[in-house]
Design a protein around this ligand. Structure first.
Ligand code: ARG
Length: 278
């Protein structure tokens, strides 16, 4: 069998929003990866971020940027800033006070550009916990986003929202435990780290994606599930070697990009990338 004769449904142009980490630091701890006593290097974070941005540009995607705000070091994790489906923006409403000003900042970015924005009534952390796969939205809960936000998102977007319970604090956002590999409606595909989910949620994932890529612990601890796919190319942490091999076997092209400095805040490539779906 030739691996290249695969199920990879093909690349689609993407439009991403990112925020340069000029104010990057770890000054508070809201997930187990964060350690205030550890040295951070904002210059290195910026260099790694620029490599990530340039990788998207080289792949032919569009990258927009939002102005970083001093005092909001986690703003680099743009995925948490909102969820955008069919051009409709569902604002983020963050769990922890340290990040709460980010919600209105991202919402304003979209409103200023003519998007219809909806101010969330329920606590949700954007695409950190709301992932579009084909015609459905997978929604994480357990640490950050409330289940009530899943219902709010379903009403707003008119797409089925499937709730998934996260149980390991290291994988506190859905996008740290599950990667959307193909969002094509015809052949949706995901990769996930099963131990991050409750038994019931694992059963749901097995039913929905019987052919999913099952990531190893080695992939998960490298935050390899925090990957960005355009349906063909998958930008992934270099340490996620098992995941990369599995992707290659199925005809995808893994593109390793080192975001180790941003891992100190508990994020990787996907966390830095908000998809604008129009
Ligand atoms: N320090 C941030 C937090 O704990 C990291 C967010 C990572 N973003 C993500 N999409 N998983 O909120």
């Amino acid at each position: 069998m030739t691996a290249a004769a695969s199920t990879a449904p093909g690349r689609a142009d993407r439009r991403y929003l990112m925020c340069e980490p000029v104010h990057y630091t770890v000054s508070y701890e809201i997930n187990p990866w964060m350690d205030k006593t550890r040295h951070t290097d904002a210059d290195l974070a910026v260099r790694q971020w620029r490599t990530l941005r340039d990788t998207y540009l080289d792949l032919g995607h569009t990258v927009e940027t939002i102005e970083p705000i001093a005092g909001l070091p986690d703003m680099v994790y743009a995925a948490n800033g909102a969820t955008v489906v069919d051009g409709v923006v569902y604002s983020a409403a963050f769990r922890y006070p340290e990040r709460q000003p980010e919600g209105p900042a991202y919402q304003k970015w979209f409103a200023d550009r003519g998007f219809v924005t909806h101010t969330a009534a329920e606590t949700n952390e954007g695409e950190g916990d709301l992932l579009v796969v084909g015609d459905v939205i997978l929604a994480g809960t357990g640490f950050r986003t409330e289940r009530s936000a899943h219902a709010e998102a379903q009403e707003l977007f008119g797409r089925p929202v499937v709730s998934l319970e996260l149980v390991d604090p290291h994988y506190y956002h859905l996008d740290t435990a599950l990667a959307v590999i193909s969002s094509s409606s015809a052949a949706p595909q995901v990769a996930y780290f099963a131990p991050a989910f409750s038994a019931g949620s694992r059963a749901v994932l097995e039913q929905m994606f019987p052919d999913a890529i099952l990531a190893t612990e080695r992939d998960a601890v490298a935050l390899g599930l925090n990957a960005v796919s355009d349906g063909e190319n998958v930008v992934v942490a270099p340490g996620a070697v098992d995941l990369s091999a599995a992707l290659r076997e199925r005809g995808y092209t893994p593109i390793p990009v080192d975001t180790s400095e941003l891992l100190k805040g508990g994020g990787g490539a996907k966390c830095c990338t908000l998809e604008i779906r129009s």
